[in-house]
Design a protein around this ligand. Structure first.
Ligand code: SF4
Ligand code: SF4
Length: 277
């Protein structure tokens, strides 16, 4: 019969049109708020047609979503290492980056001139970055992660999209917020919520570690009461450098202090602060 196909097509169109409103009623007030709602509406069997009124409305991105990378740093209220970099400037991310858009300047000890495991500068040209996530996959210290913030448009065509270390740095709590499952999986691999180096140092010192669970995800790290014994010896000379007037002798003058990353970083920071004064 002539026109049967047209009628069939119109019926499908009308069904979609009708389902759009049925779905809107079903998800009224909560359509973009929950992850599973989003997955249903963006899944293989969406119902109806709908428009997201961006930028007023924003669809929640799934946890595995990846945009440009950011660098993980300790939270500002960390009892021992507030704002400390997780990056050790090993350079692996820069090596594996396919379009070579990462530049790292490794930190050096101003006294000895020897390299230290901390970046002095870290740049990513986000216009070149293709969001592949290789840097995050290969980083052995979980120090670089893929961000969910995709609103980066600007009118500047020069350097606005070359992100420096300050702009790239985001606290660990941010990573836990945008990717709680991944953050937990990584922490379980490390054995605790702390940085790899800290986890190793604690294990070496025989200090107890708490296995990461969803329940202790947001607990603040313990203050360094237990870590007093190994940390006290190397930290004493660092404090002396920061305050030149203090003339007290080191607490342990007989033994040569062991290498301590935190004490050394404190020294470098004190030196830099002196230079900038
Ligand atoms: S791989 Fe990780 S630790 Fe090494 S330089 Fe890159 S971000 Fe830093
Ligand atoms: S996401 Fe890919 S392209 Fe972007 S900085 Fe990382 S490795 Fe390079």
């Amino acid at each position: 019969m002539y026109g049967k196909g047209i009628a069939k097509g119109l019926f499908v169109t009308f069904k979609h049109f009708f389902n759009t409103y049925v779905d809107d009623i079903r998800y009224a007030g909560r359509k973009y708020l929950r992850q599973d709602n989003f997955q249903v509406r963006q899944g293989l069997q969406p119902s109806g047609a709908y428009t997201v009124m961006y930028p007023e409305e924003k669809i929640a991105v799934p946890e595995r979503f990846r945009f440009v990378p950011f660098l993980v740093v300790e939270d500002a209220d960390h009892p021992e290492r507030p704002g400390e970099d997780w990056c050790t400037s090993c350079g692996i991310c820069a090596k594996v980056c396919p379009p070579q858009c990462i530049w790292i300047v490794r930190g050096t000890n101003p006294e000895t001139g020897r390299p230290v495991p901390q970046p002095d500068a870290f740049y990513i040209d986000t216009d070149i970055c293709m969001n592949c996530g290789f840097c995050a996959e290969f980083c052995p210290f979980d120090a670089i992660k893929m961000d969910h913030d995709y609103e980066m448009a600007s009118y500047d065509r020069t350097t606005a999209h070359i992100h420096d270390k300050k702009r790239l740095s985001k606290p660990l709590s941010y990573w836990k917020t945008i990717a709680p499952t991944r953050a937990l999986e990584e922490a379980v691999e490390r054995g605790q919520w702390e940085h790899n180096d800290i986890a190793k140092a604690m294990k070496k010192a025989g200090q107890p570690t708490t296995p990461p669970t969803p329940e202790n995800m947001w607990l603040k790290p313990e203050p360094p009461a237990q870590a007093e014994e190994p940390a006290a010896t190397p930290k004493a000379p660092a404090a002396k450098k920061a305050a030149p007037a203090a003339g007290e002798p080191a607490t342990d003058g007989d033994k040569k202090p062991k290498f301590d990353k935190q004490a050394m970083l404190a020294k470098i920071r004190a030196k830099k602060a002196q230079k900038s004064d």
